[in-house]
Design a protein around this ligand. Sequence first.
Ligand SMILES: Cc1ncc(COP(=O)(O)O)c(C=O)c1O
Length: 483
Amino acid sequence: NFITQITHRISFTFSIGYRHQQTTAKRVEEVEFDGPCMKTEVPGPRSKILAQQLEAIQSVVQVNFFCDYEESKGNYLVDVDGNRMLDVYTQIASIPIGGYSILYDPELFLGTFVNRPALGMMPPEQFSEKLVNGLMAVAPKGFSRVQTMACGSCSNENAYKAIFIWYRVRGQQFLSLVFSFFFQVPGCPDLTLLSFMGGFHGRTLGCLATTHTKAIQKLDVPSFDWPIAPFPQLRYPLGQFERENAQEEARCLEEVEDLIVKWNQKGRHVAGVVIEPIQAEGGDNHASFDFYRKLRGITKKHGCAFLVDEVQTGGGSTGKFWAHEHWGLDDPADIVSFSKKMLTGGYYQKNSFQPDKPFRIFNTWLGDHTKNLLLTEVIKVIKTENLLDQAKRSGKVILEGLYNLQDKYPHLLSRARGIGTFCAIDVKDEDTRNNLILKARNKGVVLGGCGTQSIRFRPALVFTEHHAHLFLDIFNDAIAELK
Ligand SMILES: Cc1ncc(COP(=O)(O)O)c(C=O)c1O
C-alpha cells in the first residue's frame, strides 16, 4: 500500500547563529498507526483540567481538546488523554503532508524560535534561493513575484492595499501625501472592493468588510461600506439542475456587473473583486469553472483587479496545486493569496501590483523564514511522492463514499460535493451536523463543520485510499447511531 511505498526522508538544515544543524525526520511508514484507539470521551479529564488552567489567562471557548503532538503521527492526532484519532480536519486544513511528529522535531523548534529575521529589512543569505525553490516553484502560471506574510488575513489585508495602490498608481501621479496623512481625499480615496455573500477572507478590519459568513464574526466592529454580490446557490445533484444552475450563475454575474457600474457611477470606484475558488468557511459553496471565467472577464472589462483567495483551497487538496488552475485560464488572476497548507502566508502578484515606494506594504517579519525552509522540503515531497495524484485518488474514494451514504440516508444527508479531497456533505440541520461531528470524534475521526449545516473534509495530502475507506466506515457507523 501507499504508506509502505513511501521511502522519502525529509532533511532540514538550519543556520542558528554560527551553528549549523542537520536533522532527519522519520520516514512516514515508521510513524503510521493502524487505526484509531479511543480511551475516553473527548474532551477527556486531562483536557478539562488543562482548559481550566488556561481559562485564567485566555478564553477557552474555542478549545476542543488538548493535543499531545509528540505522540501524534502521520494521519493520527493523539490528545492528552491518550485518544488516537484519524485526522480528517488537520488543524483546520493546514497540514500538507501529515506527520505531526515532523512539526514537533525539537531541533526544528529551536530553529523556529531563536531565528526569525525581519525579512523585509534583513533577509538571510538564502532567502531568495529558498523562495525560488519553494513558493516560486509552485507559483500559479503568470506570476513572478511573491510577497510573504504571516497568516491568511494578513495576506489578504495587504493584498487589498496592493490593489488600492495599484488602482491609483497605474498611469497616474503619486497622490498627495498631505491629504493621506489626514485620511482625506484625494490622498485617501473612497475606493471599494467587491466581495461575495458567503465569502470568508479573514477577521482583520479590512478583511472583515469582505467576510460574509456568520454575523458573530462582525458583531460590534465598524466596517467599510463596500459592494457585496450574491454567490451562486447551486442545486444538487448538478446533473439534474443544469439549466437552473446556469440561470443562477448568470443572475449573479449580472448583479456583479450592475454593482460595479453603479458604484463607479456614484464615485466609489470598485478597485478589485475578491473571491474564493470554493467558498470554504461559508459552507463549501462551489460555482462552475465557467462562472469564474466569466467573472474574470467582467473584472477585465471594468478595470478591476481580480484577487483569488486560495488560503484554504491552495496547496494541493483539490488535485491541482491551486484550485483556480481548474478554471483553465491562461491569465486567471492579478493576485493569489495563500496560507494554511503553504505554512507561510503571502500572495503572488503581477508585477504592476508591486508598490512603487518602500514601506507601503510592510511589517516587521513579513512571514517567517523557517516556514519558507520547511515549505521547500514539503514541496519536494509533494512532487516526488506525486501527492496531487494521491489527492485525486483519495478524493474519488471519499466522494463516491459520500454519494453512497447520501443515497443510503436521504433524510439525513444531501449535496455531496468536492474536488480532490476538498469534499463536503450537508446534514439535515445544524444540530444534527454538530452531533454527527461529535459522534465521529468519539469513534476516532476528527472532522470540521462549515456553513450552517455542512461537514467539510480536509485531510492532509498523505491521506490515502486506505484512510478514506477507514474514515467512511467510521463515518457510516456514526451516522447509523444518529437514527
Ligand atoms: C479563504 C480564507 N481566507 C482567509 C482566511 C483567514 O486566514 P487566517 O485564519 O490565517 O487569518 C481563511 C481562514 O480560514 C480562509 O479560509
